[in-house]
Design a protein around this ligand. Structure first.
Ligand SMILES: *Cc1c(COP(=O)(O)O)cnc(C)c1O
Length: 383
């Protein structure tokens, strides 16, 4: 079955009893036991809830993994995965990283003795150089948030196997529609399902998919033990969102390419970061390991003063955090999504005070470009 078909049909044969096309929302905390020592398969919703199960099975299939897990947020999903490790373990992590993930590593798991090295994971030699006898995993974001750097997942997985390391990939930006890290050799995929999987800016959720049965068992134990599961209503919203993932992303990507090319022609714009552009650092690798480039664009303006003006003047595009929804959003990473990264590190990575990040939605590209045009307009004599 082709991907678009799989997407449209998620959950469709789940409720055998009634044949419901839309997976029912099982708003029940607990389930009645037929007799002592017997179970319907469902006992208590933290452990297993039918609506969440339909979602978990669907994402596992889409990511080509053994088992999927749904959480109350992307951070809850990542926390659960990091709980696989113990004091003294060392993890190599992409240096350009979603700010909340950086905060989780640096302010939470560090206190539990997890040792972390931040490395430009687009450079395989840097990863290799960071491996120690305590290294247990490589955590990769690709494309990275917000600089869209691309890491070579096949190469990283090959290196990881040699050193017996797990490869964990944050696949939020491309989703299984464009990139399936498990099929490239990764062991675990994580998602902020709040973004493209949900796709409508109406639910906060996280997903983990494990490639092997052995890892799935460990994660299943942790999910139930730690308890940050996704509720049935939100699981249903995700199932509903996933059905249109393909057509949303196609339109978003098409818009993004048009906008990225237009931004490149603007005198007030300094640099455009979009992996769909031929001159982008990771364009070639991405073409090999993914079937699309996504719809996230970052760009810098030549004059920092333009940043507040743009954020104030956009009308069609909303000035808001988050990404991946049908509505276009613009953010200022240095103060928002990446505000928790120390300023020296941020600046050295390129997350400067003139960098803006645009999540391109499904609106008409002409309207979006028109909106950016009026927001970028520099008054005469002010250039
Ligand atoms: C938003 C985001 C997260 C965090 O997910 P939440 O659902 O906000 O908890 C993690 N990784 C990436 C790449 C993100 O964009």
């Amino acid at each position: 079955m082709k991907l678009q078909t799989k997407l449209a049909q998620v959950g469709i044969n789940f409720d055998k009893r009634t044949g419901a096309i839309s997976v029912p929302i099982y708003q029940s905390a607990t389930f009645c036991h037929p007799a002592l020592g017997e179970s319907t398969g469902y006992d208590y919703s933290r452990t297993l809830n039918p609506t969440r199960q339909a979602l978990e099975e669907s994402v596992a299939q889409l990511e080509e993994g053994h088992k999927g897990f749904a959480y109350s947020s992307g951070m809850a999903a990542i926390s659960c995965v990091l709980s696989l490790f113990k004091q003294g373990d060392h993890i190599i992590v992409s240096d350009d990283l979603y700010g909340g993930t950086y905060r989780l590593f640096d302010k939470v798991f560090k206190n539990f003795g997890l040792d972390v090295s931040y490395v430009p994971t687009e450079d395989i030699l840097k990863i290799e150089g960071a491996i120690t006898s305590n290294s247990k995993a490589i955590f990769v974001e690709t494309p990275t948030n917000p600089l869209m750097k691309i890491s070579n997942l096949k190469e990283i997985s090959r290196l990881a196997k040699q050193h017996n390391l797990l490869v964990i990939v944050d696949n939020t930006f491309l989703t299984p529609y464009y990139q399936r890290p498990l099929s490239l050799g990764a062991d675990i995929v994580v998602h902020s399902a709040t973004k493209y999987l949900g796709g409508h800016n109406d639910v906060v959720a996280g997903i983990v998919v494990a490639r092997s049965e052995q890892l799935a068992e460990k994660i299943c134990f942790l999910q139930n033990s730690m308890g940050a599961i996704l509720g049935p209503q939100d699981s249903w919203l995700l199932l509903r969102g996933i059905k249109t993932l393909g057509i949303r992303l196609e339109k978003q990507q098409q818009n993004a390419l048009e906008i990225a090319r237009w931004l490149q022609t603007q005198a007030s714009v300094e640099k455009v970061y979009y992996p769909g552009l031929k001159e982008h650092q990771g364009h070639k690798i991405l073409k090999e390991q993914a079937t699309g480039f996504g719809a996230m664009i970052s760009f810098t303006v030549k004059r920092q003063e333009l940043v507040p003006q743009i954020l104030r003047k956009v009308k069609v595009i909303s000035f808001a955090e988050s990404l991946g929804g049908v509505e276009s959003l613009i953010t200022f990473p240095a103060q928002q999504t990446h505000g928790d990264i120390p300023v020296e590190i941020r600046e050295s990575l390129g997350i400067t005070s003139s960098l803006l990040r645009l999540s391109v939605g499904i609106e008409d590209a002409e309207d979006l470009i028109g909106d950016l045009k009026q927001a970028l307009e520099v008054y005469k004599g002010d250039n």
